[in-house]
Design a binder for this molecule. Structure first.
Ligand code: GDP
Ligand code: MN
Length: 375
């Protein structure tokens, strides 16, 4: 799950990472009021779930309240990386002596957290990573051992130099590490962490992604969810308790179990088709879920055929069949449907579907070939 800069700043504050004050501006007038309150040059910042806002013109300085209102109007509603700006943040402008980059990310292969640090942070960090990767220090942190180690101290000294600044940086990065671990982040970045003219370090941007699998441990993060992160279908599926990802093909898939769903998509590709979605109805037996799944799939106009692939273990095939029959009664299914049912109560399931004139297959390859042929 991604969050906006302003939401990340609130977490930074909670974790003792210093950042300048900021307020979301409701409208033009409010923007100028905030700027007069700060009585200084302000930065007007687009809040979108994407980086590169500065380069896209979504971060602008304003020298007066009038200018702040003007910049607010320019930025609100603009598109950045195909995302519409619907929130604008205003913060006092900082005089920057140097921009640092600080990042933490999960390194799955290394079973660790990677700390990334650079004395050349800012909007060109991606270019720097490609052209001068030696300027970005990377070191693994063993989550069992934690943030304290001599190697980190060495890199901090290399990057931040003066002892006073090194100890400030260490406290900030230590707090970021604590946030990262406690909230189950996959990425936490401060870019830039700036050095002010009076030698203070301040975070003036935040990027935080949470591991979706950790969210169940954090009810306090639920309110931070931004609907624009998901397609309308994905959001609907999320609210119905279905695991769904939209894709760009034309074969709608309803499968039980994530592994089987992936294997099903592989097989569709293997036989020359393209899946319209990944959908896992889960292991439970709930006819309602099948109905909901069909509704979501049929929202997608690209769908030309549907494949239902159920390998019944805990899932009972007769419950799936009941869900299909419920859907036939309640909604119009204007495309061919190929059903493969096997496992627990498959005889009962087949019988129910047979009475409604639907046939099911038990061979998956055969089912996939048929659905591909139907498109
Ligand atoms: P991003 O482009 O989406 O990463 O947005 P940032 O919030 O990082 O802002 C982009 C750039 O704008 C920063 O790297 C700074 O160079 C500049 N910037 C942002 N805030 C300030 C500020 O308070 N003062 C000054 N002088 N520049 C700023
Ligand atoms: Mn940034």
């Amino acid at each position: 799950m991604k969050i906006h800069e302003y939401q990340g700043r609130a977490l930074f504050e909670e974790y003792g990472i210093p950042c300048p004050p900021s307020v979301l501006a409701e409208n033009r007038k409010h923007a100028s009021e905030i700027a007069s309150e700060y009585a200084a040059t302000v930065v007007v910042k687009a809040q979108v779930l994407s980086g590169g806002r500065g380069k896209a013109g979504g971060v602008k300085l304003a020298d007066s309240p009038e200018e702040a209102a003007q910049k607010f109007s320019q930025i609100m509603g603009m598109e950045i990386n195909s995302l519409k700006v619907e929130k604008v943040l205003i913060t006092p402008a900082i005089d920057i002596a140097q921009e640092f980059y600080v990042g933490l990310a999960v390194d799955r292969a290394g079973h660790s957290i990677t700390l990334m640090l650079s004395g050349s942070g800012g909007v060109d960090i991606e270019t720097l990573a490609v052209e001068q990767p030696e300027l970005i220090h990377k070191l693994p942190i063993d989550p069992a051992a934690g943030f304290e180690n001599a190697e980190i101290d060495n890199v901090l000294t290399t990057v931040f130099e003066a002892p006073e600044r090194v100890s400030q940086a260490k406290s900030i990065i230590g707090n970021l590490y604590r946030l990262f671990v406690e909230k189950d982040c996959s990425i936490a970045e401060i870019n830039p962490l700036v050095l002010t003219d009076d030698d203070q370090l301040l975070a003036i941007d935040s990027k935080i992604n949470f591991d979706d699998n950790g969210l169940i441990k954090h009810p306090e993060l639920e309110s931070l969810q931004n609907d624009e992160e998901y397609s309308a279908d994905e959001l609907q599926a999320k609210n119905m308790g279905l695991s769904f990802v939209s894709m760009d093909g034309n074969i709608g898939c309803i499968v039980n179990g994530a592994g089987l769903a992936m294997a099903t998509m592989d097989l569709i590709k293997h036989f020359g088709g393209t899946p319209a979605n990944f959908l896992d109805v889960g292991g439970s037996s709930n006819p309602e879920k099948v109905l909901n799944a069909l509704k979501i799939i049929l929202n997608n106009e690209k769908v030309e055929a549907i494949l239902i692939n159920i390998f019944g273990g805990i899932t009972r095939c007769d419950d799936i069949a009941k869900g299909i029959l419920m859907a036939l009664e309640q909604i119009d299914i204007p495309v061919p449907m190929v059903i493969r049912l096997i496992g627990t109560n498959d005889t009962e399931g087949r019988e129910l579907l047979g009475q409604a004139g639907l046939t099911c297959l038990d061979d998956l390859s055969e089912a996939v070939k048929r659905v591909v042929a139907a498109t």
